[in-house]
Design a binder for this molecule. Sequence first.
Ligand code: UD1
Ligand code: UDP
Length: 355
Amino acid sequence: MAGARPNFPKAAPVIRALADRGIRQHLVHTGQHYDERMSDVFFRQLGLPEPDQNLAVGSGSHASQTGETMVRLEALFRESRPRLVVVYGDVNSTLAAALVAAKLTIPIAHVEAGLRSFNRSMPEEINRLVTDRLADLLFATSPDALVHLGNEGIAAEKVFFVGNPMIDTLLANLHLFEASAIGRQLNLPDQYAVATLHRPANVDDPGDAAELVKVMHGVADRIQVVVPLHPRGRENLAHAGFFRHPGIRVIDPLGYIEFLSLVRGARAVVTDSGGVQEETTVLGVPCLTLRAETERPVTISHGTNRLVTREELVESVTGLLSAERRTDGWPVPPLWDGRAGERIAEVIARFVGTD
Ligand code: UD1
Ligand code: UDP
């Protein structure tokens, strides 16, 4: 089951590894994300199979999106009675699938279990808490996740530390990430920064968006900033004059290969994304995360990530620009080695058995 952009790079290696083991799969796309650049391009570039079903749920409030997904999934699961439902990450599609499967007593595997921001005003935190509570197999990407699940009373036998399937996808495609090619395509200077912004806390409120625009313009005074903009914040950021600074280059969301190529060549990344914190860690690109906390602390302890406030951002970017750029090897979080999909498939194969 997959539904939104961050699900696709996580699902690709798991689906491949399950197929290698001969496990019969049925891929459901909920349709939470539906634009070519938010969905289709990932299926093409990551070699994901065509979904067996697209529920075409689309956008809406939390309740309507989650509820509509549940109604459509319930009909499907009742008919097909899968032996296991595999869900990814922390989006509304993840929660909806977990709730429906649990009520139909179908076992659930949660890939990327145990991440916690401890900020319940984030919709993703609610989705993670509930999904983990209901899951029968919990696949963790980092050691902190094991601690959280233990603290929440989840039985250790259900929890598996497997590494990070998002990073499997990154490592499998690394040879395709050509910073120079995307630089030429977008006509970029040698030194540029990349920004991705879509968290409700940053872009939903017009006042917050205006503050954000002010500091991003401060960054753009120092370095060209390329912004593949998520549709969520477009209107508020545009209204606050984001596009008006000559140092800000807003473009449509990029395909996976183009996006990671752009990030690989960047001097710095400013983001509020979850996945981008992880990807910059492995690519060794400095990352400034515009959030008060992260559910991915391993990207700070083992990686290139730093949390910054809006007030700190310009100074932090200025500091990064005067620092040496890392060019040789660097440590990455444990088990982020490109084999998480295989480990997950091994556990699932044991769980479901073979026909
Ligand atoms: C969702 C996830 C978030 C994740 C993000 C990744 C939830 C609660 N949030 O947020 O955790 O970080 O995806 O990208 O599930 N839209 C389009 N085209 C699309 C999809 C969305 O234009 O293909 C626009 C619509 O105006 C929509 C808005 O984006 O209302 C928000 O989409 P939605 O799926 O509700 O949440 P995201 O902000 O994308
Ligand atoms: N991504 C992409 N093109 C873009 C922005 C992001 O291919 O223009 C990829 C990138 O690999 C990222 C993933 O989409 O890790 C999910 O990103 P997003 O920020 O949407 O979701 P989050 O991880 O915050 O839930």
